[in-house]
Design a protein around this ligand. Sequence first.
Ligand code: F0G
Length: 432
Amino acid sequence: MTPSAGGTSWQTCPRCHRDLDLSFAGSACPACGDLLEVRHRPPGSSGVALRELFAGRRGAEGELDRSGVWRFREVVLPDAKAGEVVSHPEGNTPLLRRGSVEQWTGIGGLLLKHEGHNPTGSFKDRGMTVGVTVAKRIGARAVACASTGNTSASLAAYGALAGIPALVFVPAGQVAAGKLAQTIAYGARTLLVRGDFDVCFALAREASEKLNVYLLNSVNPFRLEGQKTIVLEMLEQLGWEPPDWIVLPAGNLGNTSAFGKALREARELGLIPRLPRLAAVQAEGANPFARGFREGFARRHRVKAETAATAIRIGDPASLERAVEAIRATDGVVTDVTDAEILEAKAVVDASGVGCEPASAASVAGARNLAAAGMIRPGESVVAVLTGHILKDPGLLLRYHQEMDPPPPGANRPVEIEPTLAAVEEVLRERP
Ligand code: F0G
């Protein structure tokens, strides 16, 4: 099918194969209710030529080329133009290697793709630059999302960049301080909803349908087009030699879906010869996807979510079906980790000088368990995605290091002293 109105991208329903214009603003197929997917006209090149096109833009100064999302525009939104895109810029995040994290996980050669280096401190910016660009193109009067905090921070920032009012629905009392502070400071109208994320999401969806506001949760398929570039950029950083595994934290399952689509397209375009296996990691108290995986995805699970990793405190993920496809297509796995494992992994990543937010550490904790169980085999190459910045959740950090009794693994208690050299000497005698 071809898009209407001469554009290069359109939306399609993977279930009933109905095509819709890019400007269709609903969050699901109007015929069958399934989530929509974005399709593009194929790029003029593939394989090595396409890799070279992407590489040639690296380090360039143009508005599109300097973004780690828009320099992959042929597979994101091919007709995007400079002057049109709402870009910070974003992306271009590092792939890090830290000995202490390798040692703790037992995975030599473990790499960390740090999405906390994005402008608002999480991977959400990669999707939001595309989502808000489309919102601007179709003349949305306002944009909205439900969020556990990172999406709302990102939406607030990109809404401000575009000059489009942003409305966010967050669970009252359950959002990490850094994220709430950002959302408010960037100027979004912030609604503290008396309910959990799943309640917020249902309300945001209803409000967007009835009040003519453009919904920018990850059910918006343009968000996923931007998030695909986490994988593309990582593969490029690896010289297009795919790792054996990509491990990522999983909540509402937009990112798992985006990774599956990115990998499928990268192989179809001849960018990579084979697919890495995806490992999606949930918190044990918010694990409907992991429960489903253990039963061969025989039925849909919904749970009342509870975890210290508030970013992934989600009991009824919206993008479940696409994520199941991503796991199946990559011979992937879904696992879950306890809050204690998440916090210990976080303490290790933090103490390596890298740092990440709690949900991000789920990928490192999950990688460690998968290696211990023999699922990730010795010598296999693994990239764990760190989805958010260490400063997103200062409250939990301070509780972990200062207040928990007995002190948990890696706790680094600060010491209050009198302002004397003797007091300093005394402390250094205990631990230099
Ligand atoms: N890691 C972080 C730091 C997140 O903020 C999220 C999701 C995820 C992982 C999981 O990604 O939902 O695509 O499976 N945060 C959303 C939000 C829900 O509102 O910020 P997912």
